[in-house]
Each structure stands twice: as structure tokens, then as C-alpha cells.
Design a protein around this ligand. Sequence first.
Ligand SMILES: [Zn+2]
Length: 681
Amino acid sequence: MSHANPLLDFSTLPRFAEIKPEHVRPAVETVLREARAAIERLETLGESARWDNFVEPLEEIEDRIDRVWAPVSHLNSVMDSADLRAVHDECLAALVNFNTDVAQNEGLYRGFQAVSDGARFAELAPARRKLVENALRDFRLGGVALTGESRQRFKAVSERLSELSNRFSQNVLDATDAWSMNLTDPADVAGLPESALDLAREEARARGEEGWTFTLKAPSYIPFITYADARELRRRIYEAYVTRASETGPDTGRFDNTSIMSEILALRHEKATLLGFANYAEYSLESKMASTVGEVRDFLLDLADRSLPSARRELAELREFARRLDGTDVLESWDMPYYAEKLKEERYQINEESLRPWFPLGRVLDGMFEVVSRLFGVTVRPAETAQRWHDSVQFFEIVDGGGELRGRFYVDLYARAHKRGGAWMAECVNRRRREGSVQHPVAFLVCNFSPPVEGRETLLTHDEVLTLFHEFGHGLHHMLTRVDEAAVSGINGVAWDAVELPSQFLENWCWEREALDLVSGHHESGEPLPADMLERLNDARNFQAAMQMLRQIEFSLFDLELHSTFDAASGRPAQSVLDAVRERVAVVTPPAFNRFPNSFSHIFGGGYAAGYYSYKWAEVLAADAFERFRETGIFNADTGRSFLVNILEPGGSRDAMDLFVAFRGRKPDVAALLRQSGLAA
Ligand SMILES: [Zn+2]
């Protein structure tokens, strides 16, 4: 029997073709009403809370909410409409509200404590114990264990912080939107590729301007700073970009984030100290794979020290090249990307466009499935689904060597109107076991490749092939899990600094001959990628690797120092922390007017506070894990099985460091990443 509201039908895959905006609110209201009623009962259990009567019903509630919301959130991203967006935003606010209430619920906190203190706790399966431990940790980090005045203060600080973070991000957006540069003389746009000029022409037209208009948004800014021959104009756009939301530059003071940053840092510090941490970085690390501030600092400084000699060499080379090319003597910040691109072209004679003929999309998909099949002994094959949201969507299933279904996924590959840009993996259904039967995981894999034109198959750049592997790596983490509790199955519950391991790990196969023979095939001749092209591709991969490494380390250290050495008394401004970091790890010093921290939304507006190092951390994990394959053969089935059993299957049910050690036989070592980047001594 099919339910009248398709969103409340939990018996099948989402009925995408039937879901209408008018179904969303009733469905969300229904599950939230049921959830609140159930929680009212559960929060009074107190001492008698146990796994069966307390955690299990809570998990059931969460799963029903997820299963209603996953397709709604997905459709809002890939089939946007005004009606859907309105109801999506409204219901999202209700869900955020609900989640905040749950996170602050003392009765539930006491319930988890009772489960954890109960005589039977030790008998629970490890995944269940981990789930309970995570819940208790999150309640504590949310301030629920505080009492009296400090609890009130914690709440007030948290609310003010979320307000400030929003204002920070809004200022960055407004400052980005406020500036533009209109050019009408063709000489001013010399050097720019056709695609950048098209975009600029369209921007000008939309504003009723002549010629070409450039903005500070990435698709406009990046090509201009990289390709425009006009040096003074590069300087102009650079200055506008790096002074956004600050007290200087072309929009001086209009969207200034300086005082917001100071207040955010002070309040984060206070929040951490209310919970007994010495600083906010310690608070942030409490739920991460890295354990101490010192460990992260040593990790970053070690990488920096090992990259510095190569970075100095790369910079000297670039200077020499600029001098040779057009007599430029002093290399300014607005010159670096320009000359770097020219040097790269001269040295490797390879660009992304020239690789497309070897990567027809169908071949790449089949090849990627074959790679995964050899690695993990699974089969990926097309599957039946009753309903999709668009004709171009494909559906697959993953079956293991024993014939057991492990997971299923939708693939939505092409860019189109009303679809959000970028690429991502999202969860549709989480794996869990209920009354003895397994609910199999389902994933969404979304990309924005050019659609086929006039029956000609889409040809990918190598960069796009990497994107596909990256997202499929996340997908495998979600789908190959064997954990039966949704909150710690697949990517759920995985520490922030470890979650990019499987995705970056899988990218490695895109650089290997044996794998590329499966993945590439010329769209006319069927020939795999020629050896000389692969060689140049691999050489170009590490172009200026040391300088790029140091840039990321500079951001990471700045973030870490800001959140670990905060001193309310001196009110040490962010800029001076940055100066000190640059002194230690940078080879390029930006001009004095650079106000990069004022638009560093990752840490002031988003969730990366004292966590920006996670990018590098996960890269080290991925490179080190891959090196075991390099040692044993990139398609070694035993090594593949070990990664499957030790990393993918346990998902978030065990500590990320323990899992890594189980796979690698030791803790992560930065040497593999250095070797991969061509920076090993
Ligand atoms: Zn990712």
C-alpha cells in the first residue's frame, strides 16, 4: 500500500517523481511531532534508561527524520524551484530548532549517562558503546553538563557567537559583491582565455555595461589574476580581493570584520574555559583524530621545515623565469599566479583541455567501478529503481564477493539549470539494523559535468576524473560500512580531520598507469592515455608543490595559534599572529595592505575553527595509506581487503587513529605525502 504523502513512505526508496513542495511541511511536521512526543517520554526515564528502552527509540526518531529530510534537501540542491526553496528553508529552520533543543536537553543527557553507568554497558557491542560515548561528549561540549550561572553564560556566548559568525560571512559576501571592474579596451583583457571573457561579457551585459566586467567571485577573479597581461589591473583586482571586509582598500571600512573577529576570538576562548579547557583549540580537538595542540603544531612545523628548501628553490626559479620572460625584476603578489601559469605551460606543455579526448565519461565510470572491484572484491552494476528526479540520473548497486547487497547509489552527473554547482556525495539512507534486518545504505553522487551535446559523449578533464573518484571515495565510506548503528555507520561519527581519508585516498588511482588503462580510452580510437602524456601529467602534478604546501600550512598554523594563544589582556590582534606565523613558515610575504584574515570564512564563519589543519592531516593519511598499496601493488587484493575491513567497514564506530593503525601497522607518517609531492629529501 502506498502512503498518500510519498515522504512518509519508509518502505521503499524515495518516490522522487511524486514528491511535491506541498508534501514537505506536512511530512516534516509529522515526524517532528512524533519525535517531540517520544522525547517527552524518554527524557523522564532518568536512571532506568537502557540501550533498548532509550537509545534505540532515539535512533529510530533520528532515522525517520533523516529519511524524510534527505530527499527534500537533495531535491532542493538538484531541482531547485521557488516553491520548494521556500518550504525547504522554513522546514530547515524548524529542524535546526529541534536539533538545538535535543542538544540542550538535560533529561536526554542524564539518560545517556544512565546507559553509560549501567551494569550492562560493558556488554554492549563496541559500536553501541562508541555511539553512547559520542553522545555524552557532544552533550558536554554543548554545555549541558554546566549548571547555574555558567550554564546561562555558556548559552548566551553560544548564541552571540552564531550571530557574529553569520555577520562575518555576510560581510564577506557583501564585500565580494560590492566591487566590480568594467573594462572596454581590448588591450586591458589581453591574455585571458575565451571562457573567462565570455563570463565577463555576460556580467557586463547583465549590469547594462559595455565590454567586460570582472568581479571578486572566484570564476571571475581567478582567471583574471592568472592570465591578464595588464599588470596594473592585476594589482587593482588583487588589492580589492585581499582587502575585502577590512578597514582598508577600495571599500574601506564598509563591511569591516576587524572588531567582529576580536569578539569571536574572545568569546570562543571564554566558551572553552567555561568547559574547563585551556583554550578554544583544545575544545576543538576534543572531537578530532589529532589529540593535542602540540601534536598538530609539531605536525605542521615538521611539514613546513621539510618543504622550505624546495619552496625557496621554486620561488627563485619563478623569479628567474619572470626576468627572462619580460624583464620583470620584482615579483609582487599579483604577479605570482600569472608567471606560475606561464612557467607551467612552458615546462610541461600540457593543459586540462588537451586531456579530454582520453576520458569519455562512460569509460571513466566503468573504469572507476573496475578499479573499486579489484581493490575491494565488490561488483558495481546498474540496478532498478522505480523513480528518479531527472531522466539523466543513473542508479547502481554494490554487491560483495559473497553476493550480499552492500549499498546503492544515484548518480547525477550533468550540469543543468536549477542545480547547485560543484560536486558532492550525500547520504540518502543510512545503514542500520532493525529487528534483525539490515537497512542498506543509499547515496547520492552529484557532479556538474558538461552534458552531452548532439549525441556526443561528455569528455572529462583529468581534474574532473579526480573529482569523480574523490566523491566516490566518500560514497564507498558510506556504502561499504558494516556497522549496524546509523549514528556511527559509514561517515557518520567520523572525526572531522579523518573524514577526507577515503576520498583523497581513492584519487591516487587516477595517477597510475595500471589504473588509467582501465579508466582512459580515446573517444575515437579507444587508445589509453599515451605514456608521454601521463608522464607530463605526473610531472605537472607537483609543480610548485612546496609553495602550495607552505600556503596551506600558513593558514593552518595561523588558525591554530589564533585559537590556542589567545590573550584577552593584550588583545593581540589577528594580524600580528599572522605576521609571526609568516615569519616562521612563509617564503612569500604579501604586501602590507593584505587583510586576508578579514575574509577567512572557513574559521570565522564556518566550522573549521582550530580545524583548518584537517586538510593537510587527511592528505597525510591518504598518502600514507596509499603507500602501502605502492609497496604491495596498487591492485593487491589483500591490501585492498585490509583497507576495506579496517577503514571503510568500521566507519565511525571506532577511533580514527585506532583504525589507521590497524590498517598501516603504525601511526601516520608525513614522509609519504612528502614523497608523493616530490619533496622528500
Ligand atoms: Zn571530500
